[in-house]
Design a protein around this ligand. Structure first.
Ligand code: AHR
Length: 347
């Protein structure tokens, strides 16, 4: 800012003097005055352009979970990369690869590298106080995306997250409307301790307790892994465990469960014996809902890139921002979904 003022000041002064000098002769050459104004205007524009060009790009450190965690995560990472590139931000994205301690040290490293903003998508919701305090001391705004972390509001600037408890409640309310004779539920949970897993698991556990439903299996799959989910369901089938609901905390694990039931000749979905509930609502999964393979898919929207760009631009402009923003999300039922809805899906 300082640089712009001195240069323009010089130019304005030059113009003023010229104008003063020519006051006596203004009558003489209005044309001259016009030309000089054009010169000053052009010079000011040049300065502005130059100023923009020389201004350093905003650097954003993004502490992401795992690179190949799920199709949802792939869409999420792509959204950041594309939106930040379009905004002219420099992105420093790191992946925790299932290791919470690694994410913590990666975040500390980004703070030492003096990024302008720190965006965290936590593998675990707990244990981020020290990082948040270090960012605060360094004057780096701490932003949570996707997954809310256990931090008091004085320790972070803003969050743009999914409400995982609300997602789970949508699924429980839908399950209630199915009015099954009995409920024998298999819960395939996500990474233990992530706010996505905590919210969705708590909802089905509370729903089952409140409605007298049986949870016959409840285990978290490390890394939200599709193959682990398939194996878990295959083992249940081989072990003779009776179930009529799959509550899979993401699309990939729901697909794994379906593959295991296919292998065992168990019917599922719209016309089958087992209800299949999934979370995320990737396009390929909505095709499964349309085909009646998944009964319900609760959206978890990964497109956080543009949202964080908007947030950072507001902060850069000194505007007030909403500290706690939850993303609007829908759910898709095999009885009401349409081809148009599937075609409109961008991830
Ligand atoms: O945090 C969102 C969750 O993380 C998604 O539901 C899951 O697919 C992803 O890996």
């Amino acid at each position: 800012m300082k640089r712009i003022i001195s240069l323009s000041l010089v130019l304005v002064l030059a113009f003023t003097f010229t104008a003063c000098g020519t006051t006596a002769t203004t009558e003489a050459t209005t044309e001259e005055a016009v030309t000089e104004e054009a010169v000053v205007e052009e010079a000011t524009e040049e300065v502005a352009t130059e100023e923009v060009a020389t201004e350093e790009a905003i650097t954003v450190g993004v502490v992401q979970t795992n690179a190949n965690e799920s199709d949802w995560r792939t869409a999420n990472t792509k959204s950041f990369n594309e939106a930040f590139a379009e905004a002219g931000f420099e992105i420093k994205m790191v992946f925790g690869e299932g290791d919470h301690a690694k994410q913590i040290s990666q975040a500390q490293q980004l703070i030492q590298e003096e990024v302008d903003y720190l965006v965290v998508l936590g593998l675990q919701s707990a244990g981020w106080e020290d990082v948040a305090k270090a960012a605060q001391e360094a004057g780096i705004p701490f932003i949570m995306a996707d997954r809310k972390l256990e931090l008091s509001e004085d320790l972070y600037t803003a969050m743009v997250c999914s409400d995982f408890a609300a997602e789970g409640t949508k699924a429980v309310d839908w399950l209630k409307t199915q009015a099954l004779d009995s409920y024998k539920i298999v819960v395939l949970g996500g990474d233990t301790g992530s706010s996505a897993q905590l919210g969705r698991s708590q909802a089905i556990e509370d729903g089952a307790a409140a409605n007298g439903w049986d949870i016959v299996f409840n285990q978290n799959m490390k890394g939200w892994d599709e193959t682990l989910a398939k194996q878990a369901v295959a083992d249940l089938i081989a072990g003779g465990t009776e179930f009529n609901v799959i509550y899979a905390e993401n699309d990939n694990m729901a697909r794994g469960a379906c593959d295991a039931m296919d292998a065992a000749g168990i019917t599922y979905g719209k016309d089958g014996d087992v209800k299949v509930i999934a979370f995320d609502a990737n396009k390929w999964a909505l095709e499964n809902v349309l085909a009646g393979k998944f009964n319900l898919d609760v959206e978890c929207n990964p497109l956080h890139g543009p949202r964080i760009v908007k947030l950072i631009n507001s902060l850069e402009a000194g505007e007030a921002v909403e500290q706690n923003a939850y993303v609007d999300e829908e759910m898709f039922d095999c009885d009401t979904i349409t081809q148009e809805i599937v075609d409109a899906r961008t991830y």
